[in-house]
Ligand binder design. Structure first.
Ligand SMILES: [Zn+2]
Length: 863
């Protein structure tokens, strides 16, 4: 027997025969390298950032050395780095992880449990606490803290650490945005010692989403979101979730829970009490440790966006946030006392108040300060959960039970997603997003009646008598943002909500959802797993029709065009077609390809007896360029790229030098300016903002200037199409001298205010840009431009494709000054030379979430 074999059998003997208590005592902590030994510096040291790949290596090193830590690779990030879940708990819990996870899930949906069973589960279960770090990649402190936190937890031998490991399963997402972590680290290390040291990278720190990666936890467009949804919403359902961020440099040193006013409705009230309870312990532990400048119950309202920490309360998870004052990445920042200021919600003065009893006096502020305060906060949450394990678990049960009861007693009792939809494939996408969020959905096997309406087989029923009732009410119920003392300042000016004023998913997606006041009788089955729709070739025919109302028909058309298959488009309504329907003639060997594309996109190929003689034209896919700038990048640009990729539209990214060079018609048919302020696009207004904008190396000082404007004018005059989205419309109006006025410009917020609301519009479905749209639709309006065509001798050059309703314009959100918008144009196409300028004022493709208006953009990318 070789030496290795002896060692092997020795280990095997120990593993098999040593009684558990002794086995758990034996660990290899002596061999665990400390972060300082492993990385060569203390975490958070001045001008040092550990890179994600190295941190990953460290966690695997810890896993090899200790039974208290397990590394789960959830899969690759958008750009291929590992997205990790770190599980830290006692070796006993670790060996019983599946059972403990099951117990936890049962407590979070106790519909089929007796109270006696619940008590047994509470006694056997462990508190599950999740914390995530550095979702926003420049907010580096969280991720830098994690090696130290993990090391401390697995090597400390005191009562506190032992209590945490015995009573808590700690789920740590050490880096929510691995791609961004790498970008920021590399940029920082490249610029350190130069005049650009401490600046953020000049581009988006997530390939598509940048900072908006925290605005995706309902729609789940990003792979990182899919991993987090699996951990938080389905696999684990932790009792508490704490997401660690940074904020500006000149206010409080550290914001910790709870949130302040206003709060979003429909969470279980215990949630808000839990925030205060956890937050108080975190504050107490920070004060105990001598930390100053700690603020809670202020600055961050309970009604925010639907990012991770703000959506989790509606999953019955105590979702919370910390925000550390930023240094300049790893470069220290000196702050004078008189530079410190409050000026935030429920934090009016930089003076002591009950939620800010111990102001920080100013001085040097370093990454190490951030690492230390975050570590204390992270441990404090674990500590209080460990001390009160059974209370925490019992309350998880109570929240789920009470929310289910509220849903059963309230009205509506259920939401119905009818099988009959303008775009049924998009309705299925919505069903799948809800399933990924852990919502229970039933499919009707037969037609059923609710109220006086008959719903066909294949409709979906969502009962509100389920634990995530609060999430459903927010996503599928009409929402009005409060207009009251909390949401107006002293002068009566409305305060901008933290994000949108509504997140009503079906309204964004153009999906019809009905309400039922009673649970309808019928034959239903619970939907298990993702709903997959595979389109079919419905019968052999000389030509096929693809429904122009389906967003996915555009994907199918793109896939066909990629293969060189010609596609035609119907221009007029006939007995067989709607304007915008696609017609695909059969060519030899195309049947297999059609079947594959139908299956892949869900779009049925409907048989046509013959090709129509007239009223159609061959579809030309336009060569598309999307303008991209620096200064931190433009999130709307990133999401637009993601959307075009999702629907298989080819595009090129266009930067300043190429635009300024001119002759754009040689390469492009369409140029898209994503939503952005005209000053940032041209760079003209950048000079006056220089104080706030970071200074970048010359190659990143973007803005195409008058030269770019002239090149774009030339491009349109020669026959190109310029599509401007959101605020970029103002650039086109101003620089091209269009006879169009933005009616929302230069109004005070008391006169007009509409921060992220769904508004009613009518669409001209006979106009090529309106093809496939319903005659009445909802658009997402986010402080958007809206248009009036000014009288001119050439009025005929302007066409209004989408128009705001005459009255009752607001569907959900907040709208002050409805008459300003009544009957005004929302989407205008202007002829200019031989080409066109298309103004889409509202957010047609916002965060790749507004499926209901994607077609208005897609129609501009083909002809
Ligand atoms: Zn953040």
């Amino acid at each position: 027997m070789g030496k290795n074999k002896v060692v092997f059998f020795f280990i095997l003997f120990w593993a098999l025969f040593i009684p558990r208590p002794i086995a758990s005592y034996i660990n290899k902590t002596a061999e665990v390298p400390s972060p300082e030994e492993f990385f060569g510096f203390k975490m958070g040291s001045d001008r040092k950032i550990a890179r994600w790949d190295k941190i990953v290596e460290y966690f695997y090193t810890l896993e090899r050395a200790s039974e208290k830590i397990k590394v789960v690779n959830m899969g690759p990030s958008t750009e291929g780095s590992p997205f990790l879940l770190i599980i830290i708990t006692s070796p006993e819990n670790m060996s019983n992880l599946n059972r403990l996870r099951e117990i936890n899930l049962k407590l979070n949906d106790p519909r089929r449990l007796s109270e006696e069973e619940v008590r047994a589960l509470v006694s056997e279960g462990r508190a599950v606490i999740c914390q995530s770090m550095s979702l926003h990649a420049t907010e580096i402190g969280g991720t830098q803290m994690t090696p130290e936190l993990a090391y401390d937890l697995i090597t400390r031998d005191d009562e506190e650490a032992k209590r945490v490991l015995d009573n808590v399963i700690f789920l740590m997402i050490p880096c929510f945005n691995p791609d961004g972590q790498i970008m920021v680290t590399d940029w920082y290390l490249k610029t350190v010692g130069t005049e650009y040291e401490g600046t953020a990278p000049p581009w988006l720190y997530h390939k598509y989403a940048g900072h908006d990666n925290n605005r995706d936890s309902d729609h789940l467009n990003l792979v990182e979101s899919l991993y987090a949804a699996k951990i938080l919403f389905r696999d684990w359902m932790p009792q508490a979730y704490l997401d660690h961020h940074h904020m500006g440099s000149y206010g409080a040193r550290f914001y910790i829970p709870p949130y302040c006013e206003p709060i979003r409705p429909f969470a279980d009230p215990l949630i808000w009490r839990e925030h205060s309870w956890y937050g108080a312990h975190i504050a107490y532990k920070l004060e105990e440790a001598g930390k100053t400048g700690i603020l809670n119950a202020a600055q961050f309202p309970g009604w925010g966006h639907f990012g991770w920490h703000w959506i989790t309360p509606f999953h019955n998870i105590a979702g919370m946030l910390t925000e550390s004052a930023s240094a300049q990445l790893a470069t220290p920042l000196f702050i004078h006392p008189e530079q410190l200021r409050a000026n935030a919600l429920q934090f009016p003065e930089y003076e002591p108040q009950t939620t800010f009893p111990h102001p920080w006096p100013g001085g040097w502020w370093r990454l190490r300060d951030i690492v230390e305060q975050k570590k204390i906060a992270a441990l404090a949450l674990l500590d209080i959960a460990a001390r009160h394990r059974e209370t925490v678990l019992w309350n998880a049960y109570l929240k789920a039970k009470r929310q289910t009861e509220r849903g059963a007693q309230g009205k509506p009792a259920a939401y119905i997603i009818p099988a009959t939809q303008h775009d049924p494939l998009t309705a299925v996408k919505m069903v799948n997003k809800l399933l990924l969020s852990g919502i229970e959905i039933q499919l009707a096997r037969r037609a059923f009646t609710a109220g006086s309406v008959i719903f066909p087989e294949g409709s979906y029923l969502i009962s509100l008598a389920q634990p995530k009732m609060g999430l459903l009410r927010n996503l599928l119920g009409r929402t009005f943002y409060p207009d009251n003392t909390w949401t107006r300042d002293r002068e009566g000016n409305p305060r901008r909500p933290y994000d949108l004023a509504t997140h009503t998913m079906h309204e964004f997606m153009g999906v019809r959802v009905d309400e039922a006041d009673e649970i309808p009788a019928g034959e239903f089955e619970i939907v298990s797993g993702e709903v997959q729709v595979k389109g079919k070739i419905l019968a052999q025919a000389p030509a096929y029709l693809l429904d122009g109302r389906l967003n996915d028909s555009f994907k199918a058309v793109n896939l066909l065009l990629d293969k060189g298959i010609p596609v035609r488009r119907a221009e007029k309504a006939t007995s067989e077609f709607q304007p915008g329907d696609f017609i695909v003639p059969v060519s030899p060997k195309s049947q297999d390809l059609f079947a594959e594309i139908a299956s892949q996109t869900g779009v049925d190929f409907k048989p046509l007896e013959k090709l129509p003689d007239q009223g159609t034209h061959e579809v030309k896919r336009l060569r598309t360029g999307i303008y991209q700038r620096y200064y931190g990048g433009n999130m709307d640009e990133g999401w637009t790229r993601l959307l075009l990729e999702q629907f298989a539209f080819p595009y090129a990214s266009l930067f300043d030098p190429e635009i300024k060079k001119g002759k754009l018609n040689a390469k492009y048919d369409v140029i898209l300016l994503p939503h952005d302020s005209p000053g940032m696009i041209t760079g003209e207004r950048r000079e006056s903002w220089e104080g706030q904008l970071p200074t970048y190396p010359p190659e990143y000082r973007s803005g195409f200037g008058q030269e770019g404007v002239e090149a774009l004018k030339q491009f349109v005059e020669n026959g190109g199409t310029l599509i401007t989205l959101g605020d970029a419309c103002n650039l086109a109006i101003e620089k091209f001298g269009l006879s169009v006025r933005n009616v929302t410009e230069k109004l005070s917020s008391k006169e007009f205010f509409c921060p992220g609301s769904t508004l009613r519009v009518t669409c001209d479905t006979s106009h090529p840009l309106g093809y496939g749209m319903p005659a009445e639709a909802l658009v997402l309006f986010l402080s958007s431009p809206a248009f009036e065509i000014l009288p001119s001798p050439r009025n005929e050059l302007y066409e209004t494709v989408v128009r705001y309703a005459a009255r009752d314009i607001l569907q959900s959100g907040w709208l002050i000054g409805e008459p300003i918008l009544a009957n005004k144009a929302a989407l205008v196409s202007a002829s200019y030379g031989k080409g066109h300028v298309i103004l889409i004022g509202f957010r047609s493709q916002h965060r790749a979430q507004t499926h209901g208006t994607f077609k208005l953009l897609f129609n501009g990318l083909i002809r």
